[in-house]
Structures are given as C-alpha cells and as structure tokens.
Write a protein that binds this ligand. Sequence first.
Ligand code: IPE
Ligand code: IPE
Ligand code: MG
Ligand code: MG
Ligand code: MG
Length: 335
Amino acid sequence: MNNMQTGCTLHGERTNVSALGGLGAQARGASGWLLPEIWMQDGAKRVEQALARLLCGQDDGATELMAAMRYATLHGGKRTRALLCLAAGALADTPAHMLDDVSAAIEMMHACTLVHDDLPAMDDDVLRRGLPTVHVKFGEATAILVGDALQAHAFLTLASLDAPGDNRIALVRELAQAVSAEGAAGGQAMDLSLVGKHVELDRILAMHRMKTGALVRASVRMGALCAIAEDAAHAALYCALDRYSACFGLALQVVDDILDATADTATLGKTPGKDAAAQKPTCVSIMGLQAARQFAPDLLRDAGEAIVPLGPRAERLAQMLQRANAYLFKHVPCA
Ligand code: IPE
Ligand code: IPE
Ligand code: MG
Ligand code: MG
Ligand code: MG
C-alpha cells in the first residue's frame, strides 16, 4: 500500500481511506483521530484482510485443512483481542503494517483455542459465531489439525515479521507463554478438572485468568512490545498495561459466564446454558448472577483506573473499555 492510499494520524495510526468508503474526513474527530467506532471497524477490517492474506494457501483437493482454517478465523467474532493489540500499538507508536500481522497472529491463536474448546472431548459445542463449529462442519480430526496449524501459523507470522530479531523473539515468547501450561492450556485443563465440583471463588478467578486472561494480557502487551522493549525505563508502562489487561481479561470471561446463563442463541451465536448443563463452576454459579453482574463493570472501572497514569496516549485502550461497557449494558442490562 503506498502513501497515497493511506491516511496518517497521531500515534502511528494509519487507515486505508478507500476501505472506509471515502469517509476519511467525516470519520475523524477535531484532533484528526479516527472516531472510536470507525477506528474499531477499520481495525477489524484490517485484521481480517491480514488473516485472509496470511491464510491464503490452497488445499490439494483431497483435504480441506486450509478451508477449515479460514472458516475458523474469518467468519465473525468481536475481534476484541486484535483491537486491544491495535490500541496498545497506538500507544506505543507501533507501525500499522506490523500491528496488522501481530493482531492477525493473535486472532489465529484465539481461534485455535476456540476450535479446541468446542471439541467433543472439551465443551462439545455445535455452534460458534452463529455457525456450526469446525468439528461439526469438517470433522473432528480436521478440527484438531486446524487448531494445530493455526497455532503454527500464528508463530510463523510473528517469526516472519519485518522487525528486528529481538522484537520478534519477545512477541513469540509472549504468545507462547499466553497459551502454555501457565496460560490458556493450563486454564482449560483446570476448567475440565473442576466439572461437577463446588470450588472457592479464588479458584475460579485463577482459572479465568489463565484460560482467558492470559491471551488478553498478551494481546495488549504485544501491541506495545512491537515498538517498546520491556526494560527498566518502561517498567511503569508495562505495569499499567498489566493491571489494565488483567481486569479486562477477567471481565471478558465473567461476561461470557453471565451470557451463557442469560442470553439467547441469537445473541450468543453459541448454545446457551452450556455451563450449567455441563456442571461447570463459573462466576455465575459461585458468586450468583447479581454479584457477577456487579463484578464485571467493577473490573472495567479498575482497568480504566490502571491506565490513568498513561494519559491521553492510552485513549484507544480507554475506548476499548467504553466498548466493553456498552456491550455489557446492551446484553447484561440489569448490571
Ligand atoms: C469467547 O471469546 C471465549 C472466551 C474466552 C470468553 P470472545 O467472546 O472474545 O469470542 P469472539 O472472538 O468474539 O467469537
Ligand atoms: C473458553 O471459555 C476459554 C478459551 C480459552 C477458549 P468458554 O468455554 O466459556 O468459552 P465459550 O463460552 O465456549 O466461548
Ligand atoms: Mg470451555
Ligand atoms: Mg466453551
Ligand atoms: Mg463460556
């Protein structure tokens, strides 16, 4: 993409003006920044374009692996993790082309966790993002391989970035840690081990921090790590980002637990009531619905407080909280 096709804004934000349907001028606020909703739409579009470009391989006619990988990544999803990466990248002045690929890698990894989470041996779900789950559509063996390959392609994308080796290693390490036994994989193991048990709330929160929070934390950190090393000079920045993402990630899973208990299929794009049916201890089953409804906005407020010291450059991260609050208000109205 050449400079004629792009508009540059503060903090390295760049948007493909043609992708906004000629809305360039109206889409900006007085400061020249893209208005939040337009920025989010544009970010989601950019990550989807990156996913389509990075997953463009063809199947050989006998297999459907690539088609299934595209099915798992390119059909919906709120793109929360990608947008968090872009928001942190805006704060760090990360170049847009790098952020596109990094956020696509994060969405590949997220999709991997979803495809595996839905498998018969895990949550045994038939619906995801309003469509049949990957194992329902393509078969269980292909779904397992889709997860494997998406994980590999995520790391391949990071390793192939047009960036110094130190940055690429930091990004690969960050994503690997997020889905390791200390992260999502460990949290998912805990989730399965707790079926049918009544456990303390602390245990549930620890599980949520691992199974969901770890990848959310990595998404935020990776946006910054593209451009800013985590060294002593930037300890305060990473501390603020960690507090923000810890609260955001936990809120995301608390809301997911609430919606599983309260929302309908059309809203969820998933089968509702699965957690109770599978005897999963969740924030709702342990805290009660009302307390969980109160907990989520409290967490989002704490996330907002965490980034106050970062000032106006954290504006996109603040807007992600507004988006999460709006989602909460819309779908969890009695909070
Ligand atoms: C669903 O995450 C699984 C959880 C970890 C809670 P999202 O609610 O972000 O799923 P998509 O990407 O929007 O489908
Ligand atoms: C999933 O949690 C967490 C992952 C790491 C994928 P859930 O099992 O509650 O997510 P949904 O409700 O199926 O999206
Ligand atoms: Mg699960
Ligand atoms: Mg599930
Ligand atoms: Mg759930």
